[in-house]
Design a binder for this molecule. Sequence first.
Ligand SMILES: C[S@@+](CC[C@H](N)C(=O)[O-])C[C@H]1O[C@@H](n2cnc3c(N)ncnc32)[C@H](O)[C@@H]1O
Length: 244
Amino acid sequence: MSEPSVEQRFARARANDDLVVLEGFHALKHALRFEAELELVVTSDGEGLERLARDLAPDLAGRLGTLAQPIAPERLAGLAARAPRTQVLAIAHRRPFDPAALSPRPIVLLEDPRDLGNVGAVVRVAAAADVAAVLTTGTVDPWDAAALRGSAGLHYALPVAPLDGLDLSPRPLLALDPEGEPLRPAELPRDAVLAFGTERHGLSDELLARADRRIRIPMRPGVSSLNLATSVAAVLFAWLLADS
Ligand SMILES: C[S@@+](CC[C@H](N)C(=O)[O-])C[C@H]1O[C@@H](n2cnc3c(N)ncnc32)[C@H](O)[C@@H]1O
């Protein structure tokens, strides 16, 4: 039997729950830094890739050029809905989620997020704040290629997974809600589950009823809410700075 083509391998990776597609230099850079298991890397600009590595990720210089398989630009363009400007794509294994390995730091819980760009931005800021995990409910796959693009590959820096009925007790559940009590970052429990609601409707009544507390980020009168990823960033960094 003949070897599958690069096109077949990317099509299969997009349909396979254990594999993900990394689009662009930054996603690949973080995947490598956080030890993702790579299946295939292709580029239509090997020299440009090495230059980027030398300029932006000297720790990976020399490694990317040898890792990436050359491919014609028109073939690379056919492998993604939006070919990355950095002309590099990769297939990697999704990092399995081990609930037993969660650190005692806060968990970000996104209830039914809809915008994959938001999910990616949340993973990115959660990785920077070094929290225990980003977990999601609802139908979107938090490892979708668009979310990985938004996180610049930082899904490999911390556990990211669907909640899937996992019981997070006895961690306190804090609901971030514009109607809550004012945020006091220094008082946030270190192991809290910080729950953020869906973009249009906010948190569900069910989650609000289960929450130990509701907390609001202060806003100027007249502003109804912050963007989902912005609100995660505000809370995590308020907590981090108060804790340092
Ligand atoms: C775009 S907002 C949802 C807006 C929705 N209409 C509402 O009133 O909740 C998405 C999520 O970001 C969080 N959020 C946004 N602004 C917030 C604020 N000022 N205080 C606390 N949470 C906020 C909440 O978790 C909210 O469910």
